[in-house]
Design a binder for this molecule. Structure first.
Ligand code: FES
Ligand code: FES
Length: 155
């Protein structure tokens, strides 16, 4: 029997009855139409499905939907003030930090977790925070440059 769950998604209360074996990634994309988390591998290797649960970046393909009952989930959509590009996203645009863009939502979520804890990370801390996010296009340098530039700007 399916279990009804209630949780907060991008600041909105949601009530859903996911299949018992449905992952959070499947529920977000297929049931709720939230398309920024991507399915690159479906087994925890690529990070393209990264979302935040209670402020922690996690791979949503490894979490069952029922596990977010009572928790707060944030996707890239929830990190865009008023649906507009955030300052971090603008820095990615300015530094040509993506090509196909498949990895980008997960990368932005992972970086956002880092910046929440450490607003001015150094390059090694940025690399460490992104160690679980694969990008096949950029070679990572423009991603790191965008984060360095963003983290170094005056608040
Ligand atoms: S789809 Fe979740 S880590 Fe690759
Ligand atoms: S921009 Fe294509 S995988 Fe990162």
């Amino acid at each position: 029997m399916n279990q009804r769950i209630e949780f907060v998604l991008n600041s909105e209360k949601r009530s859903v009855e996911p299949r018992a074996n449905q992952t959070l990634l499947e529920m977000l994309r297929d049931t709720l139409g939230v398309k920024s988390p991507k399915c690159g591998c479906d087994r925890g290797d690529c990070g393209s499905c990264t979302v935040m649960i209670d402020g922690r970046a996690v791979r949503s393909c490894l979490v069952l939907a029922v596990e977010v009952d009572g928790h707060e989930v944030k996707t890239l959509e929830g990190l865009m003030p008023g649906g507009k590009f955030s300052a971090l996203q603008k820095s990615f645009l300015a530094h040509n930090s993506f090509q196909c863009g498949f990895c980008t939502p997960g990368v932005i979520v992972a970086v956002s977790e880092l910046l929440e804890k450490n607003p001015h990370p150094d390059r090694n801390e940025i690399k460490e925070a992104l160690s679980g996010n694969l990008c096949r296009c950029t070679g990572y340098t423009p991603i790191i440059e965008a984060v360095v530039a963003h983290a170094g700007r005056e608040e």
